[in-house]
Ligand binder design. Structure first.
Ligand code: CO8
Length: 258
């Protein structure tokens, strides 16, 4: 059993919950938090009893960014050798669907952590932003790349070049947020969405996430070939037979992941 200092980790039913827990630093992502989040997410990802992961913070902050105090005196070479990028890439490579449940500040690395997730649920109090430009740097956990893909160039450039914050409502209009919910309902909604996903067939969840990822990285023709191959291969699973038989029999499917 792994013990964690900066996060709380819990499995509820088929859902793995990771709650950022550095309240004194508004959940700033220091090196320890980064490693713990990656280890916890990979642990859930290896467990066939887990079909969805939720990452959340506190009411006040999802995460206010990478830990500025930890980074402040580092050299450029220190940052290369620390290789934060490799660790976060492991988080982004998790095969299980990941939901970010965001309340309060999602700034800098906090916004970028949400962007590594598959669904972003935002409390109506959430505030998204990439304030790095005010610190003499730029986003470093994927913000410039994933924001452009999520919102288009001009909205992304508005965030990255000015460092301004965006409300949950504006972020939803811009395509960064999947759904906005009243703050008091955020965790319940996240639980419902995650339970619903986790009840699906695991092979189809893996295939769906991988195909969605392919859409961000390949030209349309290659992405369509990828989707077609994944779609047809799912007909070799028992879950496809079960899902379609259940529809025909007007009953709920019982997926086994085989
Ligand atoms: N890092 C370290 N400590 C932080 C951070 C942070 N990012 N954010 C807040 N804190 C700390 C504060 O220092 C303060 O601690 P203390 O009480 O010891 O002084 C405590 O959290 C509470 O914060 P505030 O008193 O500032 O609370 P306010 O309500 O007044 O303000 C804000 C809240 C607006 C969120 C403010 O704290 C703030 O602007 N934080 C910094 C936001 C920011 O600039 N984030 C970007 C960081 S850089 C980054 O994320 C780069 C990502 C890529 C990195 C890749 C490799 C690591």
């Amino acid at each position: 059993m792994t013990s964690y200092d900066t996060i709380l980790v819990e499995q509820r039913g088929r859902v793995g919950w990771i709650t950022l827990n550095r309240p004194d630093a508004l959940n700033a992502l220091n090196t320890r938090a980064m490693h713990e989040i990656v280890v916890a997410a990979e642990g859930f990802d290896r467990d066939p009893g887990v079909g969805a992961i939720v990452v959340t913070g506190s009411e006040r902050a999802f995460a206010a960014g990478a830990d500025i105090k930890e980074m402040a005196d580092k050299s450029s070479v220190d940052m290369v050798l620390d290789d934060h990028f490799g660790a976060w890439n492991r988080f982004a490579a998790v095969r299980t669907p990941v939901i970010a449940a965001v309340s309060g500040y999602a700034l800098g690395g906090g916004c970028e952590l949400a962007l590594m997730c598959d669904i972003i649920l935002a409390a109506d109090t959430a505030a998204f932003g990439q304030p790095e430009i005010a610190l003499g740097v730029i986003p470093g956990m994927g913000g410039t790349q994933r924001l452009v893909r999520a919102m288009g160039y001009y909205k992304a450039a508005d965030l990255v070049l000015t460092g301004r914050r965006m409300s949950a409502e504006e972020a939803e209009r811009a395509g960064l947020v999947s759904r906005v919910v009243p703050a008091g309902e955020l965790l319940d909604v996240a639980g419902e969405v995650a339970d619903g996903i986790a009840a699906k067939s695991l092979p189809s969840l893996y295939a769906a996430k991988a195909a969605l990822d392919a859409a961000l990285e390949t030209p349309l023709s290659a992405g369509l070939r990828y989707e077609s191959a994944a779609f047809t291969s799912l007909f070799a699973t028992e879950d496809q037979k079960e899902g379609m038989a259940a529809f025909r029999d007007k009953r709920a499917p019982e997926f086994t992941g085989r």
